[in-house]
Design a protein around this ligand. Sequence first.
Ligand code: C2O
Ligand code: CU
Length: 420
Amino acid sequence: MAILPLQASAAADPLKLTAEAVTRQLLPKSEGTTAMLGFNGSMPGPELRLKRGEQISIDVENRLEEGTAVHWHGIRLENRMDGVPVLTQDLINPGDSKTYSFAPPDAGTYWYHSHYISQEQVARGMMGPLIVEDDMPPDVDHDITVVLSDWIINEDGSLSDDFTDMHSVAHAGYMGNFARAFLSQAEVKEGDRVRFRIINAATNRIFPLTVAGVAGSVVALDGMALGQPRGLSDLTLAPAQRADLIVDITGPVSFDMHSRQGSYRLADVAVSGSNTDRKPEPIAPLAAPNLPVPGDPTQHLTLTMMGGAMGGRHGGANIWSFNDVSDLPDAPFASMKRGETVRITLANDTAFPHGIHLHGHHFYELAADGSLGDLRDTTLVAAGESRDVLCVFDNPGRWLIHCHMLSHAIGGMRTWVDVA
Ligand code: C2O
Ligand code: CU
């Protein structure tokens, strides 16, 4: 079992993340090790635990042989701290450092990852969990982070270095032949109440998940508390999505990915002994997020996902597009006045699912009748379907919108909005 390292929390000021080459034993011990990239000697990078509303600084030092930049996924931070080369900052060149500072406004489960040639750097391991602690944490015995990813690993344990194979870019994207869940703690007792914070850090894979040996609820999605906890069936995470569960341990715990081909074990959690102190109490919702209340939409925009292998005329690096525009255009897709509520129809006119991510904001998924659904920063739109979202654009700056299937993002499915 791979244990996630924990970075002594925000007390250390500034926090330090060193981007560097790391070696991991992903395959069984008797087989080869895997040369990867990571932070502070580990992959995934160390778990950062921050306090809501508390200003922190994180020094990122680049000890790679190429440039990088770090994005704090899902955090509603100042635009110049968003970590997007060209749009919000210059690259951190080899040997250089950059200090990011922000005060995370919302409690919840987030993550950080490279945002430079991210299809390759994230696939090589440049990602880690970022937890913003609740003001009043729920009553649980353990708070365990679960990071999911997958990789194409050769027989000798080395990572395949074909991250941009055109066939996969034009289809579902880079898909690993090996997937794992890394847990911050690998042992619990029967009867314990546990919060699991699950993060899909894979570059392209959608994880349909089953968690065995537990009874409980989903309490948050993409960091944002649900108004009412929800059942554990249909637990599906697109790349970059998160789900927080609060569950009682009822037996041997395992995380499995299920598919038509059957079930694939991602991690086991050892259960030893039993917790007899805990009284069975209903699982309460987490504190409601404090986000701006949407007004009547002043713009209704449509962003149509186009392209792919079945999509016709795009080719090369321009396989995918939004509204027929591939890659980052010079002009924003839309301009918003700060505070404006905007409705966006995300229409998937392709033969593949896409997980669409907006930087710097959360948005509501809208039900067919227009009522407010879940708050998300990444929404999964199935092939041929469309989803409306509603967003209060209250964070000034230049914000990316892209498919978080990172093969599709490098294939051209990205654009940006300007909020002034
Ligand atoms: Cu998770 Cu543009 O990023
Ligand atoms: Cu996509």
